[in-house]
Ligand binder design. Structure first.
Ligand SMILES: *[C@@H]1O[C@H](CO)[C@@H](O)[C@H](O)[C@H]1NC(C)=O
Ligand SMILES: *[C@@H]1O[C@H](CO)[C@@H](O)[C@H](O)[C@H]1NC(C)=O
Ligand SMILES: *[C@@H]1O[C@H](CO)[C@@H](O)[C@H](O)[C@H]1NC(C)=O
Ligand SMILES: *[C@@H]1O[C@H](CO)[C@@H](O)[C@H](O)[C@H]1NC(C)=O
Ligand SMILES: *[C@@H]1O[C@H](CO)[C@@H](O)[C@H](O)[C@H]1NC(C)=O
Length: 327
């Protein structure tokens, strides 16, 4: 396979487990800034709780304290603040990681706590635990501090509470969200009436037609103009081969498209998409070259596909996806 002469580099931003992951809520959506004051105030500027969710955490907190009102030690031992911090982990911008819910989608009954914090919590406030969860695994692990804290250890230890808060590499994405006096990078919706399904890439064609190629995760690429009108017929429809699903958080699908630098003359472009791996019953990613039809520059020539590379993937997430041109 020869790449010579091609001034094209494919940047595969592959990420693996145990590396830095993006903030993610339990519903796999990105965190947001709350418009209201929250009980879980640490996660007001950037977190996962709507006002309704926050109110329900507050009422759980209050009812647990009410049941414990005869335990005088609760106040002395700082258990109120432990209780609040533990309950409020659902609002953390890393909630999906702290509850180990990112891969198998089964939320743990208790957030992952870092060893020192967990020991302190267990020693001072273990009487709170049955009020927070009735999970039998947790109840069994309560025979000792060591077993309890071992049970709360996350698969991905980097995300345990509260250490992640002080990990620069993790909290960068949070700090970055703050606005400065100079204003912000402002975004406005493009062609909102077209109701695209998970549009993932937006590329101007490198010619003088002013066309914008917008792709949907399911594998359909549409041509738009700057005035937000869209050509009736899609440019390309690979949905019969692209592997994607309707599950929220599924990162597979048609992920990107990049034009050849001489696209205007040769009509070549490159696409990155997920496909089934029938042999291993999993998934692969494929990067292919396609050309536009000789008789219609607004349509792909499906039979021109030249597969450049295929790579097997163990997971349905973190499969890369970026493909771009660098001179
Ligand atoms: C655990 O079970 C008890 C008794 O059934 C109940 O009163 C309590 O509310 C439960 N706790 C949680 C966190 O569900
Ligand atoms: C730890 O918790 C899980 C579920 O929360 C449970 O299935 C498991 O048995 C527990 N492990 C121990 C050692 O108690
Ligand atoms: C991020 O971590 C640094 C220490 O590494 C700390 O000084 C800073 O306050 C943290 N930022 C946030 C938003 O928590
Ligand atoms: C939008 O722009 C395209 C290309 O310039 C043009 O063909 C089309 O007529 C325009 N549509 C409207 C509604 O202005
Ligand atoms: C489509 O591509 C095939 C294979 O490269 C080629 O033989 C055929 O002429 C092309 N058809 C059109 C209409 O561009």
């Amino acid at each position: 396979m020869s790449f010579s002469g091609l001034l094209l580099f494919f940047v595969l931003s592959l990420k693996f487990r145990l590396s830095v992951c993006h903030p993610q809520c339990l519903d796999f959506r990105p965190p947001f800034e709350s418009t209201e004051k929250l009980f879980c105030s640490d996660y007001e500027d950037f977190g996962c709780c709507s006002l309704i969710r926050d109110r329900s955490l507050r009422s759980r907190y209050n009812s647990i304290l009410k049941e414990l009102r005869n335990e005088v030690t609760i106040d002395q031992k700082g258990c109120r603040s432990f209780l609040k911090s533990v309950l409020c982990q659902e609002c953390s911008p890393y909630a999906a990681h702290i509850y180990d819910a990112e891969d198998d989608r089964v939320k743990r009954p208790f957030p992952g706590l870092c060893p020192d914090y967990c020991s302190d919590f267990y020693d001072r406030c273990r009487s709170l635990i049955p009020f927070i969860t009735n999970d039998t695994g947790i109840a069994k692990a309560m025979v000792s501090r060591e077993q309890f804290c071992e049970n709360l250890t996350l698969t991905d230890v980097d995300y345990c509470y509260p250490d992640w808060v002080n990990k620069n590499v993790l909290n960068q994405s949070i700090s970055r969200d703050t606005r400065t006096e100079e204003g912000c990078l402002c975004l406005e919706p493009f062609a909102p009436n077209h109701r695209l399904r998970n549009a993932l890439s937006f590329r101007y064609s490198p010619d003088d037609t002013g066309r914008i190629f917008v792709s949907e995760q399911i594998g359909v690429v549409h041509i738009f103009y700057k005035n937000q009108t869209r050509l009736q017929e899609p440019f390309m429809d690979l949905s019969d081969v692209v592997l994607s699903s309707s599950s929220p958080g599924d990162e597979r699908g048609f992920l990107n498209l990049a034009f050849h630098p001489r696209f205007a003359e040769n009509g070549r472009f490159y696409v990155f998409f997920s496909i089934n791996d029938e042999v291993r019953l999993r998934q692969k990613i494929r990067i292919s070259e396609f050309r536009v039809r000789e008789d219609d520059g607004n349509k792909v020539n499906r039979t021109s596909e030249r597969v450049i590379v295929e790579v097997g993937q163990p997971y349905w997430n973190h499969n890369g996806g970026e493909v771009s041109y660098r001179s």
